[in-house]
Design a protein around this ligand. Structure first.
Ligand code: ITT
Ligand code: NA
Length: 214
């Protein structure tokens, strides 16, 4: 069985809607998160920790809202900013600064303890431990990451540009009411509509295509 490991039921609703209820179960576990300015290293590390805990194939999902005019804040600290300031004050910070352009990013990391069919190129790049290399691989979508632990993790990234607006809508979760794409906030969309364009939907699409071959 494949487990979507997260404490966030909103993520799981979208994943199960996309992949199918039979394809993935929700596994509520708060794996330890490292600190990083980019999402990919957090997801890679989290996937190994989650696999260690669960002992069966896992997905972890690290996501964040990056506001251009606030130098990418809250980014990887989006959960902390939601818990402390709340989404309305984060939105206010952006609007008061005249900074409405933003990008939602999601990195899905898959780990089942088994190696993937690595090309020499990806193995070679996998030996570079720096953030940049990891981020490059995440952007390229489907490369392997292998570190000293020898436990490979596969990454799938999705991103969607949009604008910060006054809160609108009652659907979704987290920052959805203040994130608008093409005139509609994510909180005004159904799960299907959001999945069709969202950061998570795009990452799930890449994952589903790859996983079907595994
Ligand atoms: P897990 O780490 O347990 O999966 P989390 O909610 O803490 O759950 P993150 O660490 O990835 O997740 O933090 C992401 C933050 O961004 C958090 O505040 C979420 O509410 C928010 N977020 C993530 N995806 C979102 C989405 O699709 N729409 C709105 N907000 C989202
Ligand atoms: Na988290």
């Amino acid at each position: 069985m494949l487990h979507y490991v997260t404490t966030n039921p909103g993520k799981v609703r979208e994943a199960r809607e996309y992949l199918g209820d039979d394809a993935v179960t929700a596994f509520d576990y708060d794996y330890p998160e490292i600190q990083s300015e980019t999402l990919a290293p957090i997801a890679v590390d989290g996937a190994r920790a989650a696999f260690d805990h669960v002992g069966e194939p896992v997905i972890v999902d690290d996501a964040g809202l990056f506001i251009d005019g606030l130098d990418g804040f809250p980014g990887p600290y989006s959960a902390f900013a939601e818990d402390t300031l709340g989404i309305e004050r984060v939105g206010r910070l952006a609007l008061d600064a005249g900074a409405s352009r933003a990008t939602f990013r999601c990195v899905i990391a898959y780990c089942d303890g088994e190696p993937f069919s690595a090309t020499p190129d990806s193995v070679d790049r996998g030996r570079r431990g720096d953030d940049l290399a990891v981020e490059e691989r995440a952007t390229a979508a489907t490369d392997d990451t292998v570190d000293a632990t020898g436990v490979p993790v596969k990454l799938f990234e999705g991103a969607i540009p949009g604008r910060i607006v006054e809160p609108r809508g009652t659907g979704g979760f987290g920052y959805d009411p203040i994130f608008e794409h093409d005139g509609t906030t994510f909180a005004e969309m159904s799960i299907d509509e959001k999945n069709a364009i969202s950061h998570r939907g795009r990452a799930l699409a890449k994952f589903a295509e790859w996983f079907a071959e595994r």
